[in-house]
Design a binder for this molecule. Structure first.
Ligand code: IDP
Ligand code: MG
Length: 132
């Protein structure tokens, strides 16, 4: 069965939106097969966001992502990787359509509530990274 790695970000926790994000996953019919709350550090963020590590805004990402707890989840289902990316909406909350998580709850490109793997291959790498 296809799997993806979903992670609510610290703003979701701070704003009390973790439950509503989980609800959207469940409403779609996907199964959460593992879940844990964590505090991330700079090292794991350099790995997880390696494609952004040399961007000028990387320090802001680290500050944001270490500002509170994240909730990591393994989510299973047919086509779950692409489907969850659709449910989340694009990176920038101002461009995300209403009805998507980011479209409904985010209004910028940085604090956008949720992470979701962008390919089946990366999903397996990220699941290993956060769940071992
Ligand atoms: P994604 O989360 O939609 O896959 P990525 O490009 O992989 O987007 O970026 C990872 C995360 O880094 C984003 O979700 C966002 O929190 C942050 N980020 C990406 N681009 C920017 C930017 O231009 N400014 C500030 N933060 C950004
Ligand atoms: Mg990404």
């Amino acid at each position: 069965m296809e799997r993806t790695y979903i992670m609510t970000k610290p703003d979701a926790y701070e704003r009390g939106l973790v439950g509503r994000i989980i609800t959207r996953i469940e409403e779609k019919g996907f199964k959460i097969t593992d879940m844990k709350m964590m505090r991330l550090d700079e090292n794991i963020l350099k790995e997880h966001y390696a494609h952004l590590a040399d961007k000028p805004f990387f320090p802001e990402i680290v500050e944001y992502m270490t500002s509170g707890p994240v909730v990591g989840m393994i989510v299973e289902g047919n086509g779950v990787v692409d489907s969850m990316r659709k449910i989340m909406g694009p990176t920038d909350g101002l461009e995300a359509m209403p009805g998507t998580i980011r479209g409904d709850f985010a209004n910028n490109k940085s604090e956008n509530l949720v992470h979701g793997s962008d390919s089946v291959e990366n999903a397996e790498i990220e699941i290993k990274r956060f769940f071992g």
